[in-house]
Design a protein around this ligand. Structure first.
Ligand code: IMP
Ligand code: MG
Length: 171
């Protein structure tokens, strides 16, 4: 399999700074609860949380709709729940990529039941062509074509997460 560069580290970091400034401008004063969807979004959380200037609270949630490999199983399961209550909180879900939308449409519904003040989504990548379920995404880093990508947290069978650039994985 070959890797074709799609987004360089510099381009990713510049865009994340813009997203952080936008988030700071949009939210009222107070703590922002950033909920990272494991594992892929942990690099994005680390950079985006440092790009916002307000107080943040971070926590992690394990949820997966993908089995091994490149095709979705269509099943969503929680593998790790939050340690904190979201009652009255401004919640920003941090995701690496939105593909079918199955994972996030399920997750936003679940988190809304926990009585937060607001729930919004920030995703680094979006593949709009692949959507099966509608998802309202407040912050998108980059819209990308329908290609399988790896790097900057994104994996193929757990490999390539630690690449600094985002690359298309070609057969
Ligand atoms: P969705 O429920 O189909 O939107 O699935 C989103 C999840 O699928 C992401 O959090 C990723 O874990 C995984 N995924 C979707 N597209 C890609 C890709 O191109 N590369 C790596 N993982 C992907
Ligand atoms: Mg993921």
């Amino acid at each position: 399999m070959a890797l074709r560069p799609l987004l360089s580290e510099a381009k990713i970091q510049a865009r994340i700074l813009e997203m952080g400034a936008q988030i700071d401008a949009d939210y009222p004063d107070g703590t922002l609860y950033m909920i990272c969807i494991l594992k892929g979004a942990c690099y994005f959380l680390a950079d985006l949380s440092r790009a916002v200037k307000r107080d943040t609270f971070i926590d992690f949630m394990g949820i997966s709709s993908y089995g091994r490999g490149k095709t979705s199983s269509g099943e969503v399961k929680i593998t790790k729940d939050l340690d904190i209550s979201l009652e009255g909180a401004n919640v920003l879900i941090i995701e690496d990529i939105i593909d079918s939308g199955v994972t996030l449409s399920y997750l936003t519904g679940l988190l809304e039941q926990r009585k937060p003040k607001s729930v919004k989504i920030a995703t680094l990548l979006d593949k709009p062509e692949r959507r099966l379920r509608p998802v309202d995404v407040a912050y998108v880093g980059f819209q990308i074509p329908d290609e399988f990508v790896v790097g900057y947290g994104l994996d193929f069978d757990e490999k390539y997460r630690n690449l600094r650039d985002i690359c298309i994985l070609e057969p």
